[in-house]
Design a protein around this ligand. Structure first.
Ligand code: SF4
Length: 179
């Protein structure tokens, strides 16, 4: 597994950010701020954004700078990329800071499966504080445009605290709407 993170001498964690989009509706329910972190080692055939694989892409930002932008509105947050777990220490610090700033909900997209995260303490530490992960690599043979918030049928939308408590994946279900 390839991972990457860096800290400057003052201890402010930095991570390369490709984009921050407030108010998007495609990376989870409702309007959310999507943070696109650079870096991914999964190399899924058919990946729609191979330009996100380079961890040196985008621009280096401190966690404090990112949280400052997110705090300009009250949207919940989705961390995506790339794979935020390419650099688990930085992502863990970012999640911690987002929760500390009062962000109401954090979703995280990763090419790792829930089971792989359970087996790697560094990944597990990074997702504490995350509400929902969308897990697994994109598999082009299972691509299904009808799926909500994911590209292929192997990917799961997993309620993380509930799943960690149960030791098995508990799937998120979209809220039902009464008419
Ligand atoms: S995990 Fe996501 S960003 Fe990484 S190669 Fe797969 S589809 Fe692309």
């Amino acid at each position: 597994m390839t991972v990457w993170s860096t800290s400057n001498p003052s201890g402010s964690v930095t991570v390369n950010v490709l984009d921050i989009i407030p108010g998007t509706s495609v990376d989870g329910p409702g309007l959310r701020t999507a943070i696109y972190l650079a870096g991914c080692s999964h190399a899924c055939p058919g990946c729609q954004n191979p330009g996100s694989w380079d961890p040196a892409g985008g621009r280096s930002m401190t966690v404090a700078e990112i949280v400052g932008i997110v705090s300009e509105n009250e949207f919940p947050v989705t961390l995506t990329g790339g794979d935020p777990l390419f650099h688990p220490e930085a992502t863990g610090r970012l999640v911690e800071a987002l929760r500390g700033a009062g962000v109401s909900s954090v979703w995280l997209y990763t090419g790792y499966t829930f089971e792989q995260i359970l087996d790697h303490q560094r990944l597990l530490d990074a997702v504490r504080g995350v509400d929902v992960i969308v897990d697994g690599p994109f598999r082009s043979e299972l691509r299904d445009p009808s799926l909500s918030f994911r590209g292929s049928a192997n990917q799961r939308i997993i309620l993380l605290p509930e799943s960690l408590a149960a030791g098995r994946p508990c799937l998120w279900q979209p809220p039902t709407v009464d008419f």
